[in-house]
Design a protein around this ligand. Sequence first.
Ligand code: NAI
Length: 332
Amino acid sequence: MRIAVFSAQPYDKVYFEQENAHHQQTLVYFEQRLNRTTATLCQNFDAVCAFVNDELNAEVLTQLKSQGVRYIALRCAGFNNVDLAAAKTLNLPVVRVPAYSPESVAEHTIALIMTLNRKTHRAFNRVRECNFALNGLLGFNLHGKTVGLIGTGQIGLATAKILNGFGCKLLAHDPYENADFIALGGQYCDLATLYQQADIISLHCPLSAESHHLINAEAISQMKQGVMLINTSRGGLVDTHALIQGLKSRKISALGLDVYEQESQLFFHDHSGEIIDDELFERLLSFPNVLITGHQGFFTEDALTQIALTTLNNLDQLERQQTCPNELTQNI
Ligand code: NAI
């Protein structure tokens, strides 16, 4: 099979080549994102392997199909960037990697919480300049604090397990209750209760039409004064304008983001020599209590190995059996 791998970074090649030793597919790597322009590169490819910021709307999917592409393999869990209805109409199966390593994102979530709380990023710089003053570095004990998780699927649960070890009280909101979360001592509640009671709120639900801007001005107004907010899920879950107002009014005392609604223009590339043409992002960076990472929650050796393995297995299964358990259907 000839597979066009889009948004390919050097580390993708390393892990895919390693795994492809067992598959012997022809992998061609394109650094560019997949969109209506780059879709023209897919002539004579059987499959397209895409990542979080590649565009798989109806127009791009139609173009791919007309060039002979037979399968779409997402090398991620989220699929908000794919028009599944169009894929179905075009008879273009879409597979994904549903759970490569929930712990990778859960542990990054904890890294954001711990860094924002104990300000180790600021302490690092101070101590390098022999500034041992503690002013401004005050944190709080996680032990005994209430954490509200929105979404208790694979990543939400993995996060809950770690927080349980810290001695946090766990609240969650999810349309489907997870027995493992309840077994940890976690309690489900409605969003209003979660907003009222949580000292830390962390988002672990997918982005969909219903969850778009779930965290908006109205939601923030219901939260505890001084809440810490963490989003390692998808940028579109939060309204960035509302976050900035929440930070300015001191309602939000700390904000950790691994994702950003307009991240496709920024993340995964080095823009350090450029002027960033995004006022909202620049405003976020200006707050001392905001910590942003560039969608690196998934970025561990374990996860990259699993992503390559599952993606190539998914395509093998589609080719051999015309079906795959990791195929996305419209009503997932
Ligand atoms: P999952 O499918 O195992 O769990 C998602 C949970 O969210 C489910 O229990 C579902 O019922 C719940 N849910 C759906 N809509 C909801 C809503 N409106 N409110 C509350 N809960 C809702 O997914 P998983 O593996 O835990 O991933 C969660 C999200 O994390 C993904 O959708 C993806 O956007 C993001 N992600 C981020 C990564 C990163 O590198 N930062 C890497 C992988 C995933």
